[in-house]
Design a binder for this molecule. Structure first.
Ligand code: NAD
Length: 295
């Protein structure tokens, strides 16, 4: 059993912290939102009134600090303001938020200079996977830090993969989600056009799912209701992965592409289309709802 400070108990962090507590870890929880903190307490975590208290915990008591926060600016300010220099230097630091690669590298460098081991460990899988403990973690960090992170992340996920050096977890996450955003739009486009050409959507699915157009967006997450396995389309596009979060990841991908000099025309177009979709008030709908703009 280890003692783990957990900061950021929202949609994702709430379930992740609960799973650590359920597995017998001593979880010291903090969130700015009182309701989120109360839910974590109900799930077996010890609530704290500030991040510094949660991570400090006396002499070497805290073995690890996990964060699950909205964006890079907040991650940077929490680590620089409340974690580095306040948690014991023996504590392993794990940031599971989705943030930009540059901030992930900068925060790791600051932590490392202060004597901490740190990994960036963003996740694939939504709220249901966070609650069920079946997330996929893509981890950036030094080999020794990854080895220490693995048993903690395994409690919250079904797969823990070392992507490479610090920042590589975030790089893998945004490349994957850029591909997902573009492939969802392409899938939606194909279904919308098939319908306009007089094809029955189920027939098109039966053919394309066994032909070269097959992809995850079609066969695991079909954007059309009543076709393929159960997906948010069958629930009026509620739940699932919000379009606003897909837009966040695509904008992070575009930033990273600019920084790396990568040419990403499909990713750029996907970012434009999700921006327009979110601007029209659809940010809360699942990202497969983009099909509505193409039908
Ligand atoms: P959320 O907004 O539900 O949770 C974030 C929590 O952080 C909130 O409870 C908020 O009060 C808290 N917080 C903000 N600033 C804080 C601070 N300074 N100190 C302490 N707590 C603070 O967001 P979420 O959906 O849980 O997402 C968290 C991260 O996971 C994001 O980076 C997101 O991109 C990523 N992610 C989300 C999903 C998803 O499906 N929701 C999937 C994969 C990855």
């Amino acid at each position: 059993m280890t003692t783990i400070a957990f900061i950021g108990l929202g949609n994702m962090g709430g379930g992740m912290a609960a799973n650590l507590a359920k597995a017998g870890h001593d979880v010291r929880a903090f969130d700015l939102n009182g309701e989120a903190l109360a839910r974590a307490a109900e799930a077996g975590c010890a609530p704290f009134t500030c991040a510094r208290e949660a991570v400090a915990g006396g002499d070497g008591v805290v073995d690890a600090v996990v964060t699950m926060l909205p964006n890079g600016k907040i991650v940077s300010s929490v680590y620089r303001g409340d974690v580095i220099g306040h948690a014991p230097s023996t504590a392993l630091l794990l940031d599971c938020s989705t943030i930009d690669v540059a901030t992930a590298r900068n925060v790791e460098a600051a932590a490392s200079a202060a004597g901490y081991a740190m990994v960036d460990a963003p996740v694939s899988g939504g709220i249901a996977a966070a609650n069920a403990g079946t997330l996929t973690f893509m981890v950036g960090g030094k080999t020794a830090a990854f080895a220490r992170a693995q048993p903690i992340l395994s409690v919250m996920g079904k797969a823990v993969i070392h992507a490479g050096a610090p920042g590589a977890g975030q790089a893998a996450k945004i490349c994957n989600n850029m591909l997902l955003g573009a492939s969802m739009i392409a899938t939606a486009e194909a279904f919308a056009m098939a319908k306009k050409l007089g094809l029955d959507p189920q027939t098109f699915y039966d053919i394309s799912s066994k032909a070269s157009g097959q992809c995850w967006s079609m066969t695991s997450y079909c954007p059309l209701p009543g076709v393929g396995p159960q997906s948010p389309a069958d629930n009026d596009y509620a739940g699932g992965f919000a379009s606003a979060l897909m837009l966040k990841d695509l904008l992070l991908a575009m930033d990273a592409a600019r920084g790396a000099g990568a040419d990403t025309p499909m990713g750029a177009r996907a970012a434009q289309l999700y921006q327009a979709f979110a601007d029209a008030g659809n940010g809360g709908l699942d990202f497969s709802a983009i099909i509505k703009t193409l039908e």
